[in-house]
Design a protein around this ligand. Structure first.
Ligand code: BGC
Length: 729
């Protein structure tokens, strides 16, 4: 093989999960990810859907994100790294940190949040954990992959500021904070160009601006034109099997359409990853399945959100008879469908776990596949509820309703489940709902139940975790990472999702998630960041010093030990650009005994105050007052302080296209231009006149257009000269 042919061969997989061994460069194994290791039992099949080796199924991101606990996510990363070592995996394909732009996206269960800060912080923690064990992370899917519909072709049409501030920001944070060894480009186009062939994305932004050093891997089958992808900055096309695209690379170099240096560069990066991960591989490594199961259970409990708890119905009294209703209590739904589907090492069943702690009658209540007599199922359940002390009703979506590859048409809880709940609540006012789902549902109809636990998807330990929370062994502390809207028509991308004819327009711009509901002052069923506890907390003494260190005291004012996640939001009331009414910039937590107080301290990263300025293509921090609020949710704010921030030195150069107002407000040009104006037009147009009606009117005039109004006194060359002289000084 020629050197070029070897380099090309390194850049595509040998099969579904393995890279090629080329000369001294070893082959490595990449596998899914993100909430468990999906290692196939036998040699790879061509579609990657064969049976998997059992591995711990931790809570998928939809659940785990609700923990708001980077330490926990990092511990799970460590466990995943150990399982990868034991199963011979060199790169684990995760974390998924795409933004949940719309609740209908079929793959939201694999992502953390509608907010880039939470997604970035938790994603970085996952990477640190996995890579700490010598296994590469592969952050995905880069970028703007926010729907499943037409995912392999659709162009996400996003304005540059929104792209930077919302859709790229979590990736930027993970690259900066955790140095991932690889990153997966997405299937879709970004502003018309396939992500796999997008030089702006893969090279200019990712490498030149952010300094990413790792390997860019394609999503499986994302490459349409390998030479174009290599030229753009793609290093490894997956999967593989034939040499067809390797030959394309060799031919493209031969005919001069591809720079050989780019092929060599990609090969070097793949070589570095293969060398690094095989050197870190621990032959004969094992993992402790029992300890990992306990970690999965702990994480599941921390991921549960107490949405409402009227009359302190929860926690339950284990001496009382319960009716447990709903198929999901017996046939748990604990992960989403598609490439992330893990074969668990074991599975806790909620019904068994609840049954082990209290006397229980079970009734299925409904079927998830339309089988059975709905009225009879309902009647049995109502009967069980009426005769019990409390009813616990498991509702949610079936596996086939939430999977990679398809979006949902609505956000409804199935109508037969709502009918069942209405009947149960009528017969048994002491009713608790446990809601199982991978992405947001319209929850308003189930608020007829006094208590609701949002169980999202909890992984293999979810059954025991639910029992722990229901009976109070664990006090819930999860918080929503996605807003629960009142209705689908209110969601930010409504009307712009999932697009048509190959394009999806990100028409809501920056106002994604809670930013949107807050900007429009829309009511929501449960806000971003919401989550109750069996105890209560008071906030006091919020302080934010000029170095952006923030501190708040939290006191447990209730009767049980509990953990509170304090969220810090920033508003920029005097901003010169559009801003969200408030934006999450930090969070921290404290676990407190009854009566205990503690200070939650955190640093707000100055970079998180910046906006992306499209005029100069860079981040800018404005000078002025920033209002920092602290809250128990984005709509339950408990304190606020203002802090003065000195912004970045920034001045747009005054040109003939600058408006008069801009030119007159720039000290470098104001005097010279003011003098010229008074000499040419009279005193009323000088800088001193700014604020008068005439000045406002003329202020919008580009400087160069003065020529047309000068009666022949001015030329563009004259103005140009004046500006240059003024700028130079
Ligand atoms: C998914 C990726 C996954 C890959 C390998 C693709 O369909 O989008 O997230 O890692 O398959 O299974």
């Amino acid at each position: 093989m020629s050197e070029l042919a070897e380099q090309a061969a390194l850049g595509s997989g040998a099969d579904f999960w393995t890279t090629k061994q080329v000369g001294p460069v070893p082959a490595i194994v990449l596998t899914d990810g993100p909430h468990g290791v999906r290692k196939q039992v036998a040699a790879s099949d061509q579609l990657g859907i064969a049976e998997n080796v059992p591995a711990t199924c931790f809570p998928p991101a939809a659940g785990l994100g609700q923990s708001w606990d980077p330490g926990l996510v990092e511990r799970i990363g460590t466990a995943l790294g150990r399982e990868s070592q034991a199963l011979g995996v060199h790169v684990l394909l995760g974390p998924g940190i795409n933004i949940k732009r719309d609740p209908r996206c079929g793959r939201n269960f694999e992502y953390y949040s509608e907010d880039p800060f939470v997604s970035g912080v938790l994603g970085a923690a996952w990477v640190r954990g996995v890579q700490g064990e010598g296994v590469g992370a592969c952050v995905k899917h880069f970028a703007a992959n926010n729907q499943e519909y037409d995912r392999m072709r659709v162009s996400a049409d996003v304005d540059p500021r929104t792209l930077r501030e919302i859709y790229l920001r979590a990736f930027q944070r993970v690259v900066a904070e955790a140095d991932p060894w690889s990153l997966m480009c997405s299937y879709n186009r970004v502003n018309g160009v396939l992500a796999s062939q997008n030089e702006w994305l893969l090279t200019k932004v990712l490498r030149d601006e952010w300094g990413f050093q790792g390997v860019v891997v394609s999503d499986w089958g994302a490459v349409a034109d390998r030479p174009a992808a290599v030229a753009a900055g793609l290093d490894l096309e997956m999967p593989g099997g034939g040499a067809a695209t390797d030959d394309d690379v060799v031919v493209a170099v031969g005919n001069g359409s591809l720079d050989p240096a780019r092929v060599a560069r990609a090969a070097d990066r793949v070589t570095a990853l293969a060398t690094r991960t095989t050197a870190a591989h621990r032959e004969g490594a094992e993992f402790d399945a029992d300890a990992h199961h306990l970690l999965a259970r702990e994480a599941a409990a921390r991921s549960i959100v107490l949405l409402q708890n009227k009359g302190d119905l929860l926690p339950l009294d284990s001496s009382k008879h319960l009716a447990v209703i709903g198929e999901f209590a017996q046939q748990p739904r604990y992960q989403g469908g598609g490439s992330s589907h893990v074969t668990p090492t074991r599975l806790d069943v909620p019904m068994e776990e609840i049954g082990a702690r209290a006397e229980v009658t079970f009734a299925p209540g409904f079927s998830t596949d339309g089988s059975g007599d709905a009225a009879a199922l309902r009647e049995d359940a109502v009967q069980a509820a009426a005769t019990a002390h409390t009813a616990v009703v498991f509702l949610g979506l079936a596996a086939r309703q939430e999977s990679e590859g398809a979006d949902r048409a609505d956000i409804e809880i199935p109508p037969e489940q709502l009918e069942l709940l209405t009947a149960v609540v009528a017969a048994q006012p002491r009713t608790v709902v446990v809601l199982i789902h991978g992405s947001v549902l319209r929850v308003a109809p189930i608020t007829i139940a006094p208590a609701i636990l949002d169980a999202a998807l909890l992984g293999q330990g979810g059954g025991a975790a639910l029992a722990d929370v229901l009976f109070g062994a664990v006090n819930p502390s999860g918080k929503l990472t996605e807003t629960v809207p009142v209705r689908l028509q209110d969601v930010p991308a409504y009307g712009n999702f999932p697009g048509e004819h190959g394009h999806v327009r990100y028409g809501e711009g920056l106002q994604v998630g809670y930013r949107w509901y807050d900007a429009r002052e829309l009511p929501v069923t449960f806000p971003f960041g919401h989550g109750l506890s069996y105890t209560t907390f008071e906030y006091s003494d919020l302080v934010v010093d000029p170095s952006l260190q923030a501190r708040v005291t939290i006191t447990n004012t209730g009767t049980r030990t509990g953990r509170e996640v304090a969220q810090f939001y920033v508003s920029v009331p005097g901003s010169s650009v559009e801003r969200a009414p408030r934006q999450l910039v930090a969070f921290g937590s404290a676990t407190l005994a009854p009566g205990e107080s503690a200070t939650v301290e955190t640093t707000i990263d100055r970079a998180d105050l910046a906006y992306w300025d499209v005029r100069v293509d860079c981040w800018l921090v404005e000078s002025g007052e920033y209002v920092v609020s602290v809250g128990s949710s984005s709509r339950d704010l408990r304190g606020q302080v203002a802090v003065e921030v000195t912004g970045d030195e920034f001045r747009l150069p005054v040109t003939l296209e600058s408006s008069l107002a801009e030119a007159l407000s720039d000290p470098a040009t104001a005097t010279a231009l003011g003098g010229l104006l008074s000499a040419t037009f009279g005193a009323e147009l000088t800088a001193e006149a700014a604020g008068t009606d005439l000045a406002v009117l003329l202020g919008a005039l580009p400087v160069g257009r003065l020529v047309a109004f000068s009666g022949g006194q001015l030329t563009r060359a004259h103005l140009e000269q004046l500006l240059t002289a003024a700028r130079e000084g």
